[in-house]
Write a protein that binds this ligand. Structure first.
Ligand SMILES: Nc1ncnc2c1ncn2[C@@H]1O[C@H](COP(=O)(O)OP(=O)(O)O)[C@@H](O)[C@H]1O
Ligand SMILES: [Mg+2]
Length: 325
């Protein structure tokens, strides 16, 4: 039996992910990857390296895309790969949460985002009133007006949707956040705000973050360690400062050369001046009267959907929808 000493809080061992039959080359081939409680691990690599696939595999979501997964992924001593679906669903959301690379696909397009957020909170034990309170507080925390909860996904930008997902993770007090390119569609100031939020999550809940990005400069500022992925394999996994100052692999050097200059806004204090509801990326016309009508819409949808819509209107597993957000 393994002991706490040789087992990390999150540990991947001999993980192979294939889309297809056993003779197909795996798109992910990880011999070992470790993450401790409260640690920030950057996962870097060029497009197609397998970053998203690793994140989705940890959450048990690649199976829905027909992936064959072998090996071991243990979280706090529990094996995720052979875990019953029901237990995995309990863990998704409460313990591990995804901020997806494509957030538009994670929110149900026919529901206001607030409904998805409140459902996730209620699935994890909140009363209706508590879910509403936490959803509103969560949104304000990520610098969005609570009234945005009444908007449908198409009325929010990709960056705003990612912030709604981070608000949900914060409201759930998640312990493992898998953030897939969470800042790539954001301006520098909002990027810094998101990074500050993640460090606050760590301080409050001991949240560990697997931060996926091809931007090594950003990862160097935020993360304790960085693992560089190439064709599904980890080619370097070292303390962030060491890796960016003295990269060993040629691929790492190339990624560094491609990264924006190290610098930009500092992470701490980046929230100064935010929180008034303006993030510089609101879509023209997205307001379109929605904020005014929010309360009524919010109430109506919440009541109607919580009780009656799940089976007929949603069209997808409600828990999966909430998990994915
Ligand atoms: N559902 C899928 N079916 C088949 N191949 C996939 C699927 N998802 C990802 N892949 C392949 O896996 C590889 C890694 O993709 P991905 O994890 O999205 O890379 P990254 O996030 O690093 O850009 C790519 O070659 C991609 O084409
Ligand atoms: Mg990706």
């Amino acid at each position: 039996m393994t002991t706490a000493r040789d087992t990390a809080w999150l540990q991947l061992r001999d993980v192979r992910v294939r889309f297809g039959t056993a003779d197909v080359e795996p798109v992910v081939s990880i011999d070992e990857l470790r993450l401790e409680k409260g640690e920030f691990l950057g996962l870097a690599g060029e497009s197609g390296a397998g970053k998203t696939t690793i994140g989705l595999t940890i959450l048990g979501l690649t199976r829905y895309a027909g992936a064959q997964v072998s090996g071991s992924i243990r979280l706090a001593g529990e094996e995720l790969l052979s875990m019953p679906k029901r237990r995995l669903r309990q863990l998704r959301g409460s313990t591990m949460t995804l901020v997806p690379q494509n957030p538009a696909a994670a929110f149900n397009p026919v529901l206001p985002v607030g409904v998805t957020v409140r459902r996730a909170l209620r699935l994890h034990g909140c009363t209706r009133a508590e879910a509403r309170r936490r959803a509103e507080a969560g949104l304000e925390r990520v610098g969005l007006p609570a009234a945005h909860l009444a908007r449908h996904p198409h009325q929010l930008s990709g960056g705003q949707l990612q912030r709604v997902a981070i608000a949900l993770a914060s409201a759930l007090g998640t312990r493992l956040l898998i953030a897939d390119e969470p800042t790539s569609s954001l301006d520098v100031r909002t990027q810094a705000q998101i990074c500050t939020l993640l460090t606050e999550l760590r301080a409050e809940h001991g949240t560990a973050v697997l931060f996926i990005s091809h931007d090594l400069a950003l990862l160097a500022k935020l993360c304790d360690r960085i693992a560089v992925l190439h064709r599904g394999r980890v080619i370097e996994d070292r303390p962030a400062a060491d890796l960016v100052t003295a990269p060993r692999a040629e691929r790492t050097r190339q990624l560094l050369a491609a990264a924006p200059r190290l610098g930009g806004l500092p992470v701490s204090g980046a929230r100064d001046g935010h929180g008034e509801g303006h993030d510089g990326e609101d879509r023209e016309g997205a307001d379109s009267g929605c904020d005014d009508g929010c309360d009524g819409c919010d109430d109506g949808c919440d009541d109607g959907c919580d009780d009656g819509c799940d089976d007929g209107k949603n069209g997808r597993d409600d828990e999966e929808a909430a998990d994915g957000a």
